[in-house]
Unconditional design. Sequence first.
Length: 238
Amino acid sequence: MKTHWEYDLVEKPFCEQLKGMGWDWLEGDTDVPELTERENFREVLLKGTVADGLADWEQGRPQSVRFIEFENPANNDFLVVNQFKVELTSGRGHVIPDAVLFVNGIPLVVAEFKSPGIQSPLQEAINQLLRYSNQRRELFPTLYTESEGVERLFHTNQLIIASDFFEARTATIEMVERIRQEIRKVGFWKNPTMRELLTRTLVRDLDEAGICRSGGERDLAQRLVALAKENHENLVRS
């Protein structure tokens, strides 16, 4: 049997691990949107559950609506959909993220996987995430000029993940934006003080987001800055 490295080694185990943690796993379908709980491929929010109203509830007073139940997490609906096809904002084509994680139908995490057998797999996965969120033309305006992403998929995003089986990187859209703004400043890569200030800011962001185990924030922040430097050097060489 032929091994599909990206799916068999990275995408499938990722979804199976989530399933073992209590998430539902819905196999994506790139032809029939209804099979991924949508009416069409432009939608990024999944269909909600309709519940009967309560007669004379609180004398008709307005009630606060919580989209996510934080006090009782088990009351939420956790779903991962792989191969989640979405039409581009421009309407010219589509993207298919390898996995999107939903809580109560709201897309909170987008993950992209690459086979460990290709060259620079993590770099390729990150490049795809930048494409999906329509950030490549802002980072590299001389290389990318077209609108090629689906910003609405990231309006509620809390985390982006890139993985190649052996390694994984996580970040937030806000962190990507912060890195982009800083590295475009004149002399950034030649100024160690500027790099250290960015690292400290990212450490704070990671700590607030609760992404890392205690003490691991600085290591990940340094990795993110190093990755941005690698991107910069690759662009200069090209």
